[in-house]
Design a protein around this ligand. Structure first.
Ligand code: SF4
Length: 175
């Protein structure tokens, strides 16, 4: 049976992890160790709790009035195989948009078959490690300027990174 290691329960009603009201899955385990990470408790791959994917999907079915699902962490792409059926269910059955936060860059994710397979079910990716020197509290939906909010489906189709309209406001903060 497929399971995913989570840092906490499935969150609902988040307004900071993408647009609208969102469910958030906080995955446990992160290899990036960005200095001053805001979620250091999620780094240990043996921490948190292991939860059956079917149980998470059953929980999602009970949650109403959400516009999206966000995969965060931790590093969600290190648990790609388990997260694929969750992302597929959210998109196909619940008609939600699916965002993912990753310390890997879009290009790094493309180099790994399993990670790329999850990426193919994501609408928007916020990519790259958190860099303290590039932190800016004014940034929307991301922590540091190096990170990109990427329209994944367009980027895969055109084989180059296409930024999401959600990153537009972040490009003009200093004007
Ligand atoms: S990728 Fe995210 S969770 Fe992982 S160390 Fe960096 S900021 Fe923290």
């Amino acid at each position: 049976m497929l399971s995913v290691r989570l840092a906490s329960d499935l969150q609902r009603d988040s307004i900071v992890d993408g647009p609208g009201l969102r469910m958030v899955l906080w995955t446990q385990g992160c290899p990036h160790h960005c200095p001053n990470c805001h979620n250091p408790q999620t780094h240990d791959p043996n921490g948190g709790v292991s939860v059956d994917v079917t149980r998470i999907i059953e929980e999602m079915k009970q949650i109403r009035l959400q516009s999206g699902l966000t995969l965060s962490g931790g590093e969600p792409f290190d648990q790609s195989a388990a997260l694929i059926p969750i992302a597929v269910f959210a998109k196909e059955e619940m008609k939600l948009n699916v965002w993912a936060y990753s310390g890997y860059t879009f290009e790094e994710l493309l180099c790994d078959k399993e990670k790329k397979a999850l990426l193919e079910h994501i609408d928007v990716l916020v990519d790259g490690r958190f860099i303290e020197a590039q932190k800016d509290y004014r940034l929307r939906f991301k922590g540091s300027k190096n990170q990109r909010i990427i329209d994944v489906q367009q980027s895969l189709a055109k084989q180059q990174v296409i930024l999401s309209a959600y990153d537009e406001v972040n490009q003009h903060l200093d004007e």
